[in-house]
Design a protein around this ligand. Sequence first.
Ligand code: HEM
Length: 234
Amino acid sequence: MSEFLWVVYPYLCLMVLVVGMLTRYNYDQIGWTSKSSEILEKRLLGLGSPLFHWGIIFVFLGHVAGLLVPIEVYQALGVSEHLYHMGAMAMGGITGLMTLVGLLLLLWRRLSVRRVKSHTSTGDWVALGFLIATVALGLSMTLVYNVSHVAYEYRTTVGPWIRGVILLHPQAALMAHVPLVLQLHILTALALFAVSPFTRLVHIFSLPLAYLRRRPIQYRRRTPAVPCEPAPRD
Ligand code: HEM
């Protein structure tokens, strides 16, 4: 079972991600969009969307620092275990909470605004569901497990495991004693990767960095129609 969960399943999910993305890109470029719903409702979106997007960008950078940078680098830099975990819990806690609050606002918007709800596809619900589950599990590890127990040292287990997956020699044994909440977080995250080609999450791979700085697109109420000049007759 352990071999399946930590060796086979990750590659299955990553394969669905890559093949799914390539197939969708080939056959559905018109559908390759974030499906903006700003025109349907602005107020809740203006609050939830930046909270979620800025939160997830910093959470992503935190994952790179915590999982892809080996613990030996921190030790060589003189960063103690205590200092690392205090920083990770503070930064991870704040940015994770931003992400979760943003997601819950976006969920509330889809449930409560009739026009948005009726434009929500199954794929949108699936993406939102997996995002909320993944973020809530990650955050409960950072803010509940680590505060109520001793801070878990994932840099000697999950870190080398994920680097092994990337380098094509994953070791299931590294994941055997990882706390259940963190295991569930990772399994849900992998499932999120697998479903993303079939949802609006494809827009992540367009790297829309310009979105962060571009002027907002303005949707204006339609003004009374200006009478057209009659077309000149010959
Ligand atoms: C296979 C991929 C992933 C791995 C191995 C992973 C691993 C981890 C680890 C080790 C933590 C720290 C737990 C602690 O503080 O003790 C964490 C936290 C967290 N993860 Fe992930 N994660 C993955 C994917 C994701 C994804 C895709 C998301 C978002 C959609 C996400 C969102 C979070 C959040 C919000 C936290 C709490 C804040 C923080 O500590 O950064 N994770 N994850």
